[in-house]
Design a protein around this ligand. Structure first.
Ligand code: GTP
Ligand code: MG
Length: 189
C-alpha cells in the first residue's frame, strides 16, 4: 500500500489539531494540555507534543497525518516530526497579528518538506477576522520564495470536505512531482 506522511504546521490556534480531527478515519492521538497562554491565543488547550491521525485516499493510499505543537517552546518536537514527513499542510490563521510573517516563518522552518514532496497553504479563521488577500499571500510567497509552486486556499478546518480538498491537492502535487521529476527550485542564487 502506498503511503504518504504529511505534517500539519503553523502557529498556535491555526487549526492543526482541528483539521486532523476532521480528516482522520481513526481515533486521533492528541496531546492537549491546558493553555497557559490564553492572553496570546484564547483557547482552552494547546498541543504539547503531536497529533496523529490517518486517512485513506485514492486507491488505498494511506495518509499519515501528523500535527506539530504551534508554540515555539515545543520546537524540539518540530525537529523530530520533520524527519519523516514528505509533505506539509501549512495552516495560518488570518486573525493572527502577522499572518504573512507566520507563513514565511513556518515555510522557512519546514522548507525541507517542500523539497521532499510539496506544500499547500490553508488560510483559516477568515470568518473571524479578514486577513491578507490571496493575492497578497501569493505576492509574499513570490517575493520570499520565488519559483516555488504552492497552492493557497481559504479553509475552515472544522469542515471535513474543505480539508479533504486541501489534502488531495497536496497528495496530487506530491505524486505529480514524483512521477514527472519536477525539479525543486534552488533556495537562492
Ligand atoms: N470560526 C472559526 N474557527 C476556527 C477555524 N479554524 C479553526 N477554528 C477554531 O480555532 C481553534 C483552533 O484550535 P486548534 O485546532 O487547537 O489549533 P492548533 O493549530 O492545533 O493550535 P496549537 O496546538 O495550540 O498549536 C479551534 O477552537 C477551532 O474550532 C475557522 O476557520 N473559523
Ligand atoms: Mg494543536
Amino acid at each position: 500500500m502506498a503511503e504518504h506522511v504529511i505534517l500539519f504546521t503553523g502557529p498556535m490556534g491555526a487549526g492543526k489539531t482541528t483539521a486532523i480531527q476532521s480528516l482522520s478515519e481513526i481515533e486521533v492521538v492528541r496531546t492537549e494540555a491546558n493553555n497557559s497562554e490564553r492572553h496570546i491565543v484564547d483557547k482552552a488547550t494547546t498541543t504539547v507534543a503531536l497529533d496523529y491521525g490517518e486517512i485513506l485516499v485514492g486507491a488505498q493510499e494511506k495518509v499519515r497525518l501528523y500535527g506539530i505543537p504551534g508554540q515555539r517552546r515545543f520546537n524540539f518536537m518540530w525537529t523530530i516530526l520533520k524527519k519523516r514527513a514528505k509533505g506539509m499542510v501549512l495552516l495560518v490563521n488570518s486573525d493572527s497579528p502577522d499572518p504573512i510573517g507566520e507563513m514565511i516563518f513556518f515555510l522557512e522552518e519546514f522548507r525541507v518538506l517542500y523539497d521532499r514532496g510539496g506544500v499547500v497553504i490553508g488560510v483559516t479563521r477568515a470568518d473571524v477576522m479578514p486577513g491578507p488577500t490571496l493575492a497578497e499571500i501569493y505576492d509574499a510567497l513570490e517575493r520570499t520564495n520565488p519559483g516555488l509552486v504552492i497552492p493557497v486556499f481559504t479553509v475552515d478546518p472544522r469542515v471535513r470536505n474543505q480539508m479533504q480538498n486541501l489534502l488531495l491537492t497536496l497528495v496530487v502535487n506530491i505524486e505529480m512531482r514524483a512521477a514527472f521529476g519536477v525539479p525543486t527550485v534552488a533556495r537562492s542564487v
